[in-house]
Design a protein around this ligand. Structure first.
Ligand code: GZL
Length: 325
């Protein structure tokens, strides 16, 4: 029986990719863009990055004249699964989402596949072994972002003769950016055994989380030299905690973050953050292009990695006036 279901699901997906399925799994050929409906499940609104990402995606679909059904999961996987199931019920043409964590998606993605609805991953990845469950992944290479952060730390403390104590503020537990940014950073700093992560805890990508965790970890690690935060928002929370402790952020304790959203770049320009690795939230235009390709019966690239840079204080001062987010 299972085999039969598998064949039917595969058939439905093949039919669906020859232009968006009409929900009953029949190929209906390319639809006019103003008849397309896309269901999008967003992680939440936990950070400046997320706000910019949401705005950019909504604006891109508005501009393309494609209907976007949007749901905010408040960082809860069960809310994303509910939203995806609702989009399946509504027989949308494409489902796109940013998975809050890597695991636990196969069941609902198989339901979308059985319904003949193509799925696109944006921003974060899933750990599914079956990559037929999604058409494309569009987002950053978070391991590379961690490696870039590690390379700056190596250079910044190259002449250290004493151990360099590092506190790591992790993103959401189980989220691809948290897992990969930690992995890339650890790999690179291993080159200098003086650089030691003395404490690592999740601040859940929020400013409040970054502040709370930093307050606690400063007490148990008074000699910390560097805070490596997986995003600007937790780094901004760390600044508040450092100042509350009567210390000078960026001087007494250096701060290294990832994202490069406006508030983070302003803190970098002010010398309170020392270096930022960029992670672009501007995925809207490319997501629309992927949806248009699927609608036209074309096969999008499986993995589309966004271009991004890195900033020191001088570069932040220069970039700030034109910063889109
Ligand atoms: C990265 C994204 C992360 C950002 C955080 O692509 O998933 O989630 O780095 C955001 O700011 O909360």
């Amino acid at each position: 029986m299972k085999k039969l279901i598998g064949i039917a699901a595969a058939g439905a997906m093949l039919v669906a990719l020859a232009g968006c399925a009409n929900g009953a799994g029949e190929a209906s050929g390319p639809k006019p863009l103003d008849e397309l409906v896309v269901g999008f499940s967003q992680v939440g609104s936990e950070s400046g990055w997320r706000t910019a990402n949401t705005k950019d995606i909504q604006a891109a679909f508005e501009e393309a004249g494609i209907e976007l059904k949007f749901s905010d999961a408040q960082q809860k996987q069960e809310n994303q699964i509910k939203a995806i199931r609702s989009y399946i019920q509504q027989q949308v043409d494409v489902i796109a989402f940013s998975p809050v964590v890597e695991t636990g998606w196969d069941a609902v993605l198989n339901e979308a596949k059985a319904a003949g609805i193509p799925v696109v991953l944006t921003d974060r990845a899933v750990d599914s072994k079956d990559d037929s469950l999604y058409e494309s992944f569009l987002g950053s290479d978070f391991v590379v972002e961690g490696e870039k952060a590690g390379a700056w730390a190596l250079a910044e403390f190259a002449d250290a003769t004493e151990p360099v104590e590092i506190i790591q503020l992790e993103g959401t537990t189980g989220a691809a950016p948290a897992i990969d940014r930690a992995e890339g950073f650890a790999e690179v700093i291993a080159e200098n055994p003086n650089l030691q992560v003395v404490a690592s805890q999740t601040g859940d990508f929020t400013r409040a989380g970054g502040k709370q965790v930093t307050e606690a970890l400063l007490k148990s690690n008074p000699g910390v030299d560097l805070i490596y935060a997986h995003n600007d928002d937790m780094g901004l929370g760390a600044i508040e905690a450092i100042e509350a402790a009567g210390l000078v952020p960026g001087v007494d304790i250096k701060i290294l973050t990832i994202d490069a959203v406006k508030d983070g770049m302003q803190a970098l320009a002010d010398g309170k953050i020392n270096y930022i690795v960029e992670c672009s939230p501007l995925l809207g235009k490319q997501l629309v292009e992927i949806v248009e390709q699927i609608n036209a019966g074309e096969t999008p690239e499986k993995r589309i990695i966004t271009e991004e840079g890195e900033f020191n204080q001088e570069q932040a001062i220069e970039a700030l006036p034109d910063r889109q987010y």
